[in-house]
Design a protein around this ligand. Structure first.
Ligand SMILES: [Zn+2]
Length: 299
């Protein structure tokens, strides 16, 4: 096991969506009425997080909030951060600017109605902010959010990999990457989390923390399902579900090996007694972006 000697606190995040909301299945009416395992999958995640005494951020779709209000309430009442994953899982580059603004406002209102607290965080479905970042970040800020976690700085991207505050005043917590031969590669979520060995992922995260950078681990509620859906076709099954059973084990392993907290808390934005209570109980060190060294902020 990796020995974590860093004081850096990482963020743990879960995107709460149906398995057929992903890019692979979206828009296919054949899957829209399939049996959903979402409430049971989220319950399994809540039990795991309770067992290891870690709080996380749940980026939840507005459509999920409308269909499963009790699931959203259970997440909030367990002391986790509730954030927005948009109204539906439609990629934002497929929306007009007006549709995007409405989506931001609607999903925020749906979550606030259930939790009594406006969400601070937003993550675009499939990290689908690909260009025109300044428009999107300003719109997210204008809708009342305090941070975003959508700008994946992959491959030769000019995007920064440390948290920073955008010109609009919105904080950005970029999904984590590591550098290899000058190329930025993902490792802490999605397909990469499913396929890469846990020790490889842990050593990349330790490397990030050694630079003073917090990582943000992301997984999906459907990755905690007990059985993969059938009738999806072999190719799609292999793409979405290869090694999916390893996700829960890897998340638990990483959460036991490193320090983790909700993303809003890692950014120093947390509001409300339950998050702060969790912080003191875990004796965690807050690292807001303004407390990170300048050399880190430039990465
Ligand atoms: Zn998603």
């Amino acid at each position: 096991m990796i020995k974590d000697t860093s004081s850096v606190v990482n963020a743990l995040s879960i995107d709460v969506e149906e398995w057929f909301d992903t890019v692979l299945f979206a828009g296919d009416p054949a899957f829209a009425d399939k049996q959903s395992g979402l409430p049971a999958d989220v319950s399994r995640i809540l039990v795991m997080l309770d067992t290891i005494a870690v709080k996380a951020t749940f980026f939840i779709l507005g459509s999920v909030a409308r269909k499963y209000p009790d699931t959203v309430k259970a997440i909030a009442s367990a002391g986790h951060e509730v954030a927005s994953h948009g109204g539906t899982h439609r990629s934002v580059f497929r929306m007009s600017q007006a549709e995007f603004k409405k989506d931001l406002a609607d999903s925020r209102a749906a979550l606030e109605k259930l939790t009594g607290k406006a969400p601070l965080g937003y993550r675009a479905p499939t990290f689908s902010i690909l260009k025109n970042e300044s428009f999107y970040l300003a719109a997210i800020k204008e809708a009342g959010y305090a941070y975003d976690s959508s700008l994946y700085p992959v491959f030769l991207s000019h995007r920064r990999r440390a948290p920073y505050t955008d010109a609009s005043g919105l904080m950005e917590f970029p999904p984590s990457v590591f550098s290899f031969a000058g190329v930025k590669l993902p490792f802490l979520g999605g397909t990469f989390l499913r396929l890469m060995p846990k020790n490889f992922i842990a050593s990349r995260l330790a490397g990030l923390n050694a630079l003073g950078l917090p990582g943000i681990l992301y997984c999906h509620s459907w990755e905690f399902g007990e059985i993969a859906p059938t009738g999806t076709g072999l190719t799609k099954q292999l793409i979405q579900y290869s090694n999916v059973a390893s996700v829960a084990k890897k998340v638990e392993y990483l959460a036991r090996s490193f320090k983790f907290a909700p993303a809003g808390e890692v950014l120093g934005l947390s509001r409300g007694p339950e998050l702060n209570m969790n912080l003191s109980a875990k004796d965690m060190v807050l690292q807001t972006a303004c407390r990170l060294p300048v050399s880190v902020l430039q990465q």
